[in-house]
Design a protein around this ligand. Structure first.
Ligand SMILES: [Zn+2]
Length: 84
């Protein structure tokens, strides 16, 4: 999915000068569609999985192991849930 700036799109559509009543109505419809579009849920957070044998922590998203927990994951950049 490509995330775009809805406000910018709304403003750009709003700047179109309608040439007739039909276009005026179409532009209004587009602006309503933009306003009523669903927003994207914030990207879900990852968590560290303890690897008991290696004494390391594995990122739940990219599966890369690290000696220490950090936030975000140094490999994939996923924001991590706090332990507590
Ligand atoms: Zn990761």
């Amino acid at each position: 999915m490509r995330v775009i700036d809805a406000e910018e799109l709304f403003n750009r559509v709003g700047q179109i000068k309608p040439k007739n009543k039909q276009q005026y109505e179409d532009i209004g419809m587009f602006m309503n569609m933009i306003t009523n579009s669903n927003t994207v849920e914030r990207r879900h957070k990852g968590h560290w999985i303890r690897c008991d044998i290696l004494q390391e922590f594995k990122c739940s998203e990219c599966r890369m192991c690290f000696k220490n927990k950090s936030n975000p994951c140094p490999n994939c950049g996923t924001e991590m849930e706090s332990d507590e």
